[in-house]
Design a protein around this ligand. Structure first.
Ligand code: NAP
Ligand code: GCO
Length: 263
């Protein structure tokens, strides 16, 4: 019998007080996992704890910036002491800056790379030793359409998410022999705070041009919802995917397969 359950497993989901991270953490919890999550602020820590509690989930929350290696190492040690050794890591925390590349400062470019690419390296490096001791582990990196495609104004984000795709494949290559599987989820365009600016109604009440563009580019003819990511995340976190490694599972409604509807 294929095992999609996560009972007895401990999952760390980074940046999971809301958005995609919250949805994935909640799905892992409903599949039996014990959830740990981190955010950068006291305010969002409480917001997340309240949300998990309202959903009947007893989550363990920590304040930690994924770019702070010492802080990440302290958080992982604290989780291992308070909750247990991490079985499942979801590298979800991430930001985007939408600025034409010739107008983007080096500091802005570096901030996106630091959070979206260095962060997953730092957190993965911190949890892999525990997975090696256990003889098993699951790492899921939240990639993007921009792991495969570019578009105007997102140079740093595309570079980071392209790198995250290859980091995923390299962790697979280096640690698969120790029964650690590392895969990616590539969400399409999902309705979260991060994409809210792309869906804002125009002054005349019409849809944002990008909103209409994405719907025309998606065979499903809709934006994704965070719920659309829950099943893929549980699958990649479970024993059901023990022979799936180095794969980026695109949950995009078909965008990557489709040339787009004729205007
Ligand atoms: P979001 O709503 O902006 O949430 C991002 C989360 O990451 C927040 O909890 C944020 O916490 C946290 N975070 C940001 N920087 C952090 C840092 N340095 N340390 C710790 N936590 C940090 O974004 P989302 O739409 O849910 O996206 C989540 C992930 O999916 C991101 O990696 C994003 O690139 C990716 N993604 C999103 C879409 C989409 O269409 N929405 C599609 C593909 C991929 P704070 O409250 O502290 O900022
Ligand atoms: C953008 C969007 C996208 C999504 C996602 C698509 O400005 O193009 O924010 O980058 O966040 O990464 O998969």
């Amino acid at each position: 019998m294929v095992n999609f359950r996560l009972d007895g497993k401990i999952a760390l989901v980074t940046g999971a007080s809301y958005g995609i991270g919250y949805a994935i953490a909640s799905a892992l919890a409903r599949a039996g996992a014990t959830i740990a999550f981190n955010v950068r602020s006291e305010e969002n820590l409480q917001k997340g704890l309240d949300a998990y509690k309202a959903d009947g989930i007893n989550a363990h929350g920590y304040i930690c910036d994924v770019t702070d290696e010492d802080g990440v190492n302290r958080m992982v040690a604290q989780i291992e002491k308070e909750v247990g050794v991490i079985d499942i890591l979801v590298n979800n925390a991430g930001i985007i800056k939408r600025i034409p590349m010739h107008e983007m400062s080096l500091e802005e470019f570096r901030e996106v790379i630091d959070i979206d690419l260095n962060g997953p390296f730092i957190v993965s490096k911190a949890v892999i030793p525990g997975m090696l001791k256990k003889g098993r582990g699951k790492i899921i990196n939240i990639c993007s359409m921009m792991s495969e495609l570019g578009r105007e104004t997102v140079s740093a984000y595309a570079a980071a998410k392209g790198g995250l795709k290859m980091l995923t494949k390299n962790i697979c290559s280096e640690y698969g022999q120790y029964n650690i599987q590392c895969n990616g989820i590539g969400p399409g365009y999902i309705e979260t705070p991060q994409t809210a600016p792309l869906r804002e109604r125009q002054a005349d009440g019409s849809r944002h041009p990008f909103d209409a563009f994405i719907v025309a580019k998606t065979p499903a003819a809709r934006w994704g919802r965070t719920e659309d990511l829950e099943g893929p995340a549980v699958f990649l976190a479970s024993e059901a995917s023990d022979f799936v490694n180095g794969h980026i599972l695109y949950v995009d409604g078909g965008i990557l397969a489709y040339i787009g509807k004729q205007p």
